[in-house]
Design a protein around this ligand. Structure first.
Ligand code: PEP
Ligand code: CO
Length: 455
């Protein structure tokens, strides 16, 4: 055993499978234990998707964000699907995230840490284990990592082989993103690479183009003086997903030759969802033993007496960059729910990165049956989040968003003021409604305004 291992702040009883001794919420019921064991063993042999070097580099960057030297932009689909593992979907999502980060870098005058909700975001928590239609009851759809959305017994049966398929689709996604970035797609000299075909009709296009032209001028000016600047032709891009299906995460939890401890190498930055964040639950048990930077979603019913022990369990040594708390309160609740949490963490002097998810507390259903979110509620929650942090004396260090580069109509309002009837036009999400391109850019401009920069 590597001697450094004995110095880790992990108690002896932790192991990649010690979560199995706890109550694991939101897991499917696999009907064949040997099939599950076989898929897990197969997965454990496959190469990881990320490396420990990248994971530790991200942790360092998150530590910088905690100190206010960077801002975290984390975004992507609510749920990825195998069917959407295509060139246009992946590159358009990357384009939106790159454009937003350009707006943020330019306006906030600080580096932006880009983290995608992709290459592994294939498992979803559900409010009920079963879904009943016309008297027929079948297991709920839990994401492509578990089963298939069609309402038939075969499609809804949890299939452990899907873990292998999810790993493969994550690897395909990751490979394409890495190749685009390494090949110069993210080059600041060529922001036109990121233009989406339909952007020219956007009411925000002129403002965005003007900003891009300004950046191009500055870049040319600096390079005339100093020669080509290497850092501008590449960006870092990290991945994250909700580490929900613990058999999958366990199989990708590895030790490596050069760094002590255990790493979840299915993603750089896994998070615990709101429904699975119980202190004595399986997810907290699993997460406390991995060395990745980790995040936890914090909803409006959490109080300081619950949050502080969670911080102790997940980051007992107050390690920089280790723990991000993503609050997702809702526009109507944030003013009452957030301040006590911020005050308690500040009072205890705990080191966390606070991030706002203005999406998940603002989901509603329309009369015609769509799950939607109003742009005004999303921007309203974000707007309040900045003010609340400022008044408590804490720092909002990032945002967590559900967005897509596709021209969808899933959230209402925004630059084009989408209405309830517009939702019929291009509602494609399998789960939660996402910001489209324009709504995403508009939100980026709002962030810049709220953080004191100019957009
Ligand atoms: C999500 O991020 O898609 C999600 C389910 O969020 P939460 O756990 O905050 O509800
Ligand atoms: Co969601």
């Amino acid at each position: 055993m590597n001697p450094a291992l004995s110095k880790l702040p992990v108690s002896d009883s932790w192991a990649p499978d010690s979560w199995q001794q706890r109550v694991a919420l939101q897991q499917p019921r696999y009907d064949d234990a040997s099939e599950l064991a076989e898929a897990g063993a197969h997965l454990a042999q496959l190469p990881p998707l990320v490396t420990s070097w990248e994971v530790l580099a991200l942790k360092q960057s998150l530590a910088d964000a905690q100190e206010g030297r960077r801002f975290l932009l984390q975004g992507g689909d609510c749920a990825e699907s195998f069917a959407d593992c295509t060139s246009p979907v992946i590159s358009n999502r990357l384009k939106v995230l790159l454009q937003m980060s350009l707006v943020l870098v330019h306006g906030m005058k600080k580096p932006v840490l880009r983290v995608g909700r992709f290459a592994g975001q294939y498992a979803k928590p559900r409010s009920a284990d079963n879904e009943t239609r016309n008297g027929v009851s079948l297991p709920s759809f839990r994401g492509d990592l578990v089963n298939s959305p069609e309402f038939t017994p075969a499609a809804r049966r949890p299939d452990p082989q899907r873990m292998i398929q999810a790993h493969a689709h994550s690897a395909l996604t990751m490979n394409f993103v890495r190749a685009l970035i390494d090949g110069g797609f993210a080059d600041l000299h060529h922001p036109e690479y990121w233009d989406l075909a339909w952007v020219e009709h956007s009411p925000l296009a002129a403002e965005y183009r003007q900003m891009v032209a300004g950046i191009g001028d500055s870049l040319r000016f600096m390079e005339t003086l100093a020669g080509p600047i290497a850092g501008f032709s590449k960006v870092d891009f990290f991945t994250s997903h909700e580490a929900l299906l613990l058999h999958y995460e366990q199989a990708l939890t590895r030790q490596v030759p050069r760094h002590p401890g255990w790493f979840n190498l299915s993603t750089h930055f896994p998070w615990i969802g709101m429904r699975t964040a119980a202190l004595d639950g399986a997810h907290v048990e699993y997460f406390r033993g991995i060395r990745n930077p980790i995040a936890v979603k914090v909803g409006p019913t959490v109080n300081p007496d619950q949050l502080l022990p969670l911080i102790d369990a997940l980051n007992p040594d107050d390690e920089p960059g280790r723990l991000t708390l993503i609050h997702r309160m809702g526009n109507a609740k944030i003013a009452a729910a957030l301040p006590p949490l911020l005050e308690a963490v500040k009072r205890e002097g705990r080191r966390v990165l606070w991030v706002a998810d203005p999406m998940h507390g603002n989901t509603e259903s329309t009369s015609n049956g769509y799950k939607t979110r109003r742009f005004d509620n999303i921007s309203g929650e974000l707007d309040q989040a900045f003010d609340i942090h400022a008044s408590v004396g804490t720092r909002l260090g990032g945002v967590h968003l559900e967005l897509t580069g596709e021209d969808v109509t899933e959230c209402m309002g925004g630059a084009r003021d989408l209405s309830e009837t517009d939702l019929d036009r291009a509602y494609k999400s399998m789960v939660d409604p996402r910001l489209n391109y324009e709504q995403s850019l508009e939100l980026a401009m709002l962030i810049v305004r709220k953080s004191g920069g100019m957009a």
